[in-house]
Design a protein around this ligand. Sequence first.
Ligand code: 5GP
Ligand code: MG
Ligand code: MG
Length: 180
Amino acid sequence: MNNDILKTLYSEEDIKQACKKLGKQISEDYKGKTPIIIGVLKGAIFFMTDMVREMDIYTKLDFIDVSSYNGGTKSSGSVKLIKDIDIDVNGQDIIFMEDIIDTGRTLKYLKELLADRGANSIKVCTLMDKPEGRVVEVKADYVGFEVPNEFVVGYGLDYDGKYRNLPYVGVLKPKIYSDQ
Ligand code: 5GP
Ligand code: MG
Ligand code: MG
């Protein structure tokens, strides 16, 4: 699997430092509150579990799953809800955990969904942000890394369902796509 990677963008150590920084910042910003952290499956799982363990305030955790990419490298443009959360978000402070924000469509859909359900506040924490890819206007409140417009894999992010278990974030060799 490591042989398929052209270059490493963020090492395990880089990611650990980002989780520490964000966990500390979120703990300060939400002092005295119990935010609900919602992980967007499946890409955000590793980032979520590592980041929340750097927080020292109460939180509740939940997960949501949406699809927009259909397994390839290009966005399909439509977002579909696959798995909903269990928690009632009415009056609650929400923090979405994302792996990466590209077009912004997923996040826009998710923010509207929970706003309609009466959430008190909705913020977004993403490991990576690709501002050049934006199609709809949406902003992340907490960002680990701003990335160039490249397709990345690892640490939760997949290509064709694979590579999520790489412990770092990297770029695939072009031959991997052309072999498909
Ligand atoms: P958006 O709706 O912002 O275009 O896309 C959000 C989702 O698309 C991300 O949560 C992620 O699952 C997927 N995505 C966007 N860019 C990349 C990328 O560079 N690599 C991978 N593996 N997934 C991506
Ligand atoms: Mg995602
Ligand atoms: Mg994907």
